[in-house]
Write a protein that binds this ligand. Structure first.
Ligand code: SF4
Length: 301
């Protein structure tokens, strides 16, 4: 299978409608948030992951394909969201799963792919490969100007990452590819002004393929945003006045949606990508033959 990488092929435009359907808890859609690996080349100061699990096991990949294959006849659409760790450490897993789902696709079914990445490996060749295989949604975090971003989001060895991530985003924007990119700013009291200055300086983010999203750093003792609701609203207002497309998240959280599962690299099925080590979050397991075992009492909780 090979999707068009060009603009105006309609695939990105479908994503909003599909999201709305998902939020309606329909049974004829399935979204899997797949941990391609739980390792990462970054060490962000606020990261809540423990990096205890490695690359997704081959039997988990087989299980995902067979699970989707079994469900496919009754589905109107499938969305695969690739997560980690850093999923682009193993892009071949992403391509393998997207190609498998496209090969099973029937007339009229919608297939969507997106990836949450730190952006470090998203160079031109890989971006084209992903987009041509149907991965058309990206989310990348930038936490302000270089000084704050590099402090918050260094490589595992402490080296800076800002210039590589910005170069890769600029490379994407220089193409006529069809994609959507959410640039997420993790905001706390310390980098608030740096985020504003970033918005003033990097006006290229006002590209129609980009939406920006502000999120308070959460769960950290030092890096916190006081009066978060008011100050995030202030950032959204500032950004809109500068001409940016600002994302407002709302509606039903994916973790409450019956047709959304998080697939950990070791095959555990969960409902939330944050409470990774909370036993209440592990609702089942996917086996290599594509069968899934669910704890119904946890699913109902
Ligand atoms: S890029 Fe994501 S997974 Fe990697 S260290 Fe940063 S927050 Fe954690």
């Amino acid at each position: 299978m090979s999707c068009s990488v060009r603009k105006d092929n309609g695939v990105v435009a479908e994503q909003g409608g599909f999201e709305e359907w998902l939020q309606g808890l329909r049974n004829d859609y399935l979204r899997l948030i797949v941990f391609v690996t739980e390792q990462c080349n970054f060490r962000c100061v606020y990261c809540y992951e423990t990096f205890r699990v490695g690359r997704i096991r081959p039997e988990v990949v087989s299980g995902i394909k067979r699970w989707i294959g079994r469900r496919m006849p009754g589905l109107r659409g499938v969305r695969l969201s690739f997560f980690g760790g850093e999923p682009l450490l193993y892009p071949s897993v992403i391509v393998e799963l997207m190609q498998a789902v496209w090969a099973m696709r029937r007339e009229g079914q919608v297939i969507l792919g997106d990836v949450t990445t730190n952006g470090y490996f998203l160079g031109g060749k890989l971006a084209r490969t992903l987009i041509s295989n149907g991965v058309k949604g990206f989310q990348i975090a930038i936490d302000g100007l270089a000084s704050w971003h590099n402090r918050f989001r260094p490589l595992r060895g402490g080296q800076p990452t800002f210039s590589v991530v910005v170069r890769n985003i600029l490379g994407l924007l220089a193409t006529d590819y069809s994609f959507s990119l959410v640039v997420r700013f993790n905001v706390c009291d310390q980098n608030f002004q740096s985020v504003v200055r970033f918005l003033e300086r990097y006006r290229w983010l006002a590209d129609p393929r980009i939406a920006i999203h502000f999120h308070a750093v959460f769960g950290h003792e030092v890096w916190r945003l006081c009066d978060a609701g008011r100050r995030l609203a202030e950032l959204r207002r500032i950004a809109r006045e500068m001409g940016y497309r600002v994302l407002e998240l709302g509606g039903v959280c994916y973790s409450c949606q019956a047709n959304v599962f998080v697939v950990r690299a070791d095959g555990r099925l969960q409902k939330c990508t944050v409470a990774l080590d909370d036993d209440r979050n592990t609702v089942g397991v996917v086996r290599g033959d594509g069968s899934i075992c669910l704890d119904q009492s946890k699913m109902r909780a």
